[in-house]
Write a protein that binds this ligand. Structure first.
Ligand SMILES: C[S@@+](CC[C@H](N)C(=O)[O-])C[C@H]1O[C@@H](n2cnc3c(N)ncnc32)[C@H](O)[C@@H]1O
Length: 287
């Protein structure tokens, strides 16, 4: 009888398979898939790789899925975002690290507002997807009433799942026409809308094949239709002195600033860099 393949050999082999398939971080992904199957963290897995553990059953099948460029998060079912473990899978946009910085901008403003004002604050997340932004605001900004809007039938159940128990209110609808009952009253609006231009097909197969089109393409040749709609809804929802921050592609920074400055609804329009120094968000204060 053949002796079982050792965990260390299996992870080494998987790293080579994933590297051949063009996966950007083959060693890390090979380890995370093994850790997922074994139900351990990466630190514990590192210790196990020095021991005599056998490869877990089903490992090759998960490695094959990743080699076919299915996102790691779809295979493990988990995306890490700030302090949250979000459930993700088919039909929902996998939240990205740059969005964590956008959330921080909103949280900083909410903190300042809560120091300056008596009474509860409110925040809205337009195009919530997995619920990443809304769940962060609801769990990190104490006492803030959070509302989230999502149009996609496929993404909505993921938002429902991730926002359950956070206190956030989730609306299944179009950000262009949602939450009229809050018009002129909201303190902070955050959005990571679809913004990719029609012909800027993403290079990464994980994005191109697995992120929903409704989450990626902003509409129109320059991808600006949904960002423009998000800004218009933010202007409608916010009270005077309210804050809006929106994520976008680096190349769209000047366009986003011009969009907000040109509408007459905003003052103190600013660009914000992500952790790699790229202009990835624009904010403004409602006049
Ligand atoms: C780039 S994803 C961002 C998801 C999530 N906020 C995040 O940052 O990970 C954009 C989201 O907006 C949703 N969306 C697109 N058009 C919409 C619309 N008209 N109204 C509401 N949501 C919309 C998409 O389905 C998708 O979930």
């Amino acid at each position: 009888m053949d002796s079982p393949v050792s965990l260390a050999d299996a992870v080494k082999g998987a790293t080579a398979v994933l590297a051949d398939a063009g996966v950007p971080s083959p060693a890390v992904d090979a380890q995370l898939l093994a850790a997922h199957l074994l139900g351990v963290g990466r630190g514990e897995l590192a210790a196990m790789l020095f021991g005599s553990a056998a490869a877990p059953a089903g490992y090759d099948a998960l490695v094959a899925r990743r080699a076919a460029r299915e996102p790691l998060q779809h295979i493990t079912g988990v995306a890490y975002f700030r302090h949250l473990e979000l459930s993700v899978g088919k039909g929902v946009f996998v939240p990205r690290p740059e969005t964590e910085s956008v959330v921080q901008l909103a949280l900083d403003v909410l903190t300042r507002m809560s120091q300056e004002r008596e009474g509860g604050l409110s925040a809205v997340d337009l195009g919530t997807g997995s619920g990443a932004i809304a769940a962060s605001l609801a769990t990190e900004a104490a006492g803030v009433r959070v509302h989230a809007v999502e149009l996609s039938d496929d993404a909505f159940p993921w938002a429902q799942r991730n926002l359950a128990g956070t206190g956030a209110t989730l609306v299944h609808g179009d950000m262009r026409d949602a939450l009229h009952e809050l018009d002129g009253t909201v303190d902070v609006v955050v959005s990571n809308p679809p913004y990719i231009p029609a012909d800027a097909i993403p290079r990464d197969l994980e994005v191109r094949l697995h992120d929903p089109h409704m989450a990626l393409y902003g509409g129109g040749a320059d991808g600006m239709e949904m960002p423009t709609a998000a800004a218009a809804t933010a202007a409608r929802l916010l009270r005077p002195g309210g804050y809006f921050v929106m994520e976008h592609a680096e190349v769209q920074a000047a366009q986003m600033a011009a969009l907000l400055e040109g509408s007459g609804a905003w003052e103190n329009v600013r660009s914000h860099v992500d952790l790699t120094g790229r202009d990835r968000a624009t904010s403004g204060w409602r006049r």
